[in-house]
Design a protein around this ligand. Structure first.
Ligand SMILES: NC(=O)c1ccc[n+]([C@@H]2O[C@H](COP(=O)([O-])OP(=O)(O)OC[C@H]3O[C@@H](n4cnc5c(N)ncnc54)[C@H](OP(=O)(O)O)[C@@H]3O)[C@@H](O)[C@H]2O)c1
Length: 302
């Protein structure tokens, strides 16, 4: 365990897990550089840290993970704030998910998901890694999801981005260890943030598709998924633990009871798992009216 204050850069700190983690880590004495797109929210975060007289330091700087210019500007600002040192810990937290049936979701939406959650994460990583590699020390903490290892109905696009984060993180862990850099994946289950509201913004776009009737029940599906939702502090504490550990685990499932779903997934036969997922997503032929209604002509009939 190390209690040495670290310089920590955090993406997506304007809300939810990122915001809570920024305050929590500053409360533990770290120097947090909280970044995000919305400057007013960043200023409010800084003001809250000052008002709470946290033992650590909390600086803020704008950073849109999908913009290379924005990332370059953030690197310059971080070098200014740290006298050219860079960061000890990079937390890639910025991300979002949109509900949508895989066969209906458009190319633009799919790209938007991957631009933020995958390409953005990698661009920020490439920007802040060289200083850690030069020092032969550091931690890269990528916020994935329980959904980085299991796929839920209508979350295929989002889950796809998190599967990519899991795989990229594994490769980075092997490749960066010789440079003294630890790579950690954070896998939250349902957490009470704006995530669900954002995910639901796309739901009406599919009203007129064959999935309209099922997605009309998306609120019930959300209620089931969020019935065990935890506070964002749970994730903040897990991240703080990974920062303290000299040799952190490769993965932290937060809260830990969510690991149960991986056990269930491993034990259940594929057919049983699929049935449960269809039930969760109201994917019944009756509701979707997906039953064949008339005999189609046989291709061999003349
Ligand atoms: N909440 C959950 O149940 C849950 C579960 C598993 C994993 N996660 C993951 O946890 C992470 C944080 O999500 P959250 O639950 O805290 O959701 P949230 O409350 O919606 O916060 C998402 C944060 O990401 C930021 N963001 C989105 N696009 C960005 C971009 N292009 N550049 C910079 N920042 C960007 C948002 O900034 P703006 O304010 O500018 O939009 C916001 O600060 C995400 O990676 C999410 O996938 C969440």
């Amino acid at each position: 365990m190390s209690t040495k204050p670290q310089i920590v850069l955090l993406t997506g700190a304007t809300a939810g897990i990122g915001r809570t983690t920024a305050l929590y880590l500053a409360g533990q004495g770290h120097h947090v550089i909280a970044t995000g797109r919305r400057v007013a929210q960043l200023e409010a975060l800084r003001a809250e840290a000052v008002a709470k007289q946290l033992p650590g330091k909390l600086d803020v700087t704008p950073l849109d993970v999908t913009s290379l210019e924005s990332i370059d500007r953030a690197v310059v600002e971080v070098n200014r704030l740290t006298a050219g040192y860079g960061v000890d810990v990079l937390i890639n937290n910025a991300g979002f998910g949109l509900l949508g049936p895989m066969s209906e979701i458009g190319d633009a939406e799919l790209r938007r998901q991957f631009d933020t959650n995958v390409f953005g994460l990698m661009a920020v990583t490439r920007a802040f890694l060289p200083a850690m590699q030069a020092r032969r020390a550091g931690k890269l903490i990528n916020v994935s999801s329980v959904g980085g290892r299991i796929t839920l109905p209508y979350f295929g696009a989002y889950n796809g981005t998190k599967y990519a984060v899991e795989s990229f993180s594994d490769a980075l862990r092997y490749e960066l260890r010789p440079f003294g850099i630890h790579v950690v994946v954070i896998e939250p289950g349902a957490i009470r943030t704006n995530f669900g509201d954002t995910a639901m913004t796309s739901v009406n776009a599919y009203d007129d598709t064959v999935y309209g009737a099922a997605l009309a029940k998306a609120d019930q599906m959300r209620a089931r998924m969020e019935s065990t939702a935890a506070a964002p502090e749970t994730v903040a504490r897990g991240i703080a633990r990974a920062i303290r550990r000299r040799r952190p685990a490769a993965r932290y499932v937060l809260p830990y009871f969510n690991s149960g779903v991986f056990v269930l997934r491993a034990l259940l036969p594929q057919r049983a798992w699929d049935w449960a997922m269809r039930r969760l997503g109201y994917l019944s032929p009756r509701l979707l009216d997906a039953r064949p209604t008339e005999a189609l002509p046989s291709p061999t009939a003349s």
